[in-house]
Design a protein around this ligand. Structure first.
Ligand SMILES: CC(C)=CC(=O)SCCNC(=O)CCNC(=O)[C@H](O)C(C)(C)COP(=O)(O)OP(=O)(O)OC[C@H]1O[C@@H](n2cnc3c(N)ncnc32)[C@H](O)[C@@H]1OP(=O)(O)O
Length: 258
């Protein structure tokens, strides 16, 4: 399928999506979000793909929702179109893990999309921010909620109220980013990590993702019970038998994703 605003390729068992509107710093126009949703659908349906990497350019992961596209919207347009809902949430419904590999600007909707992914790897030049307040609006795709969960109320308030940017080092210290790598190695490192995940038992990967995500939605007790039930259910898989037998026999496991 031809995409206008993204590049899509597979590297072995990793699906790689590169946002590709260089002249607009990957501003997230309607067409780009549609392309992204279609690429995720295709990777989700592809049994060979076990993990997905989402990246941008060295200058910008994405500089936010497309301001030129939304500048003239009325309240009624935004409400009736359910603006910034349709398509954007596709990332959060993907069962396969998605790693955001961020270099340069991840601002506004760009930061929000990175936070929708399962974790973020940053290049040394990455900059995160929710600058919507500087253009007279507020984050609209989860920025106030997800950023607060990542970095806590004080920093989230600071960033959303002042619009200031956080560099990669601060983002890592604050828990927004899992690791920092040199910009030149970003995609290769992300693909290497994704390949490692893609080599794990797929049911165990899905269950891990479901369990970690449940921690946002439940009480601790409910979350622990949910985890326990999923853990029990891994004993019904062939991969648990294979994984533990491989350990005992001092060899690499050969998971069948069953
Ligand atoms: C409202 C919701 C729900 C979500 C949002 O995301 S609102 C948008 C939040 N993002 C921003 O406010 C960032 C806007 N961009 C910038 O502040 C700057 O572009 C920059 C600091 C990221 C980079 O500055 P720089 O001087 O290096 O580059 P520019 O000349 O400003 O940009 C190059 C080129 O890209 C266009 N651009 C950049 N960001 C956007 C955007 N979010 N939407 C549409 N277009 C964008 C910019 O206009 C310029 O293109 P032209 O030369 O053709 O004007």
């Amino acid at each position: 399928m031809p995409y206008e605003n993204i590049l899509v390729e597979t590297r072995g068992r990793v699906g790689l999506i590169t946002l590709n509107r260089p002249k607009a710093l990957n501003a997230l126009c309607v067409g780009l979000i549609k392309d992204l949703g279609a690429a995720l659908d295709a990777f989700e349906a592809d049994d060979e793909v076990g993990c997905i990497v989402l990246t941008g350019s060295e200058k910008a992961f994405a500089a936010g929702a497309d301001i030129k596209e939304m500048a003239d919207k009325t309240y009624m347009d935004a409400y009736l179109q359910d603006f910034i809902t349709v398509g954007w949430q596709r990332i959060t419904t993907c069962r396969k893990p998605i790693i955001a590999a961020v270099a340069g600007y991840a601002l506004g909707g760009g930061c929000e999309i990175a936070m929708m992914c399962d974790f973020i790897i940053a290049a040394e030049n990455a900059k995160f921010g929710q600058p919507e307040i500087t253009i007279g609006t507020i984050p609209g795709s989860g920025g106030t909620q997800r950023l607060t969960r990542f970095v806590g109320k004080s920093k989230a308030m600071d960033m959303c109220l002042t619009g200031r940017q956080m560099d990669a080092a601060e983002a890592e210290r604050s828990g927004l980013v899992s690791r920092i790598v040199p910009a030149a190695d970003l995609v290769d490192e992300a693909v290497k990590i994704a390949d490692r995940i893609a080599g794990m038992s797929r049911p165990a990967v899905y269950m891990t993702k479901e369990a970690v995500n449940a921690s946002y939605e439940t009480t601790l007790q409910q979350g622990i019970m949910f985890e326990r039930r999923l853990f029990h259910s891994t004993f019904a898989t062939e991969d648990q038998k294979e994984g533990m037998a491989a350990f005992v026999e001092k060899r690499q496991p050969n998971f069948k994703n069953r």
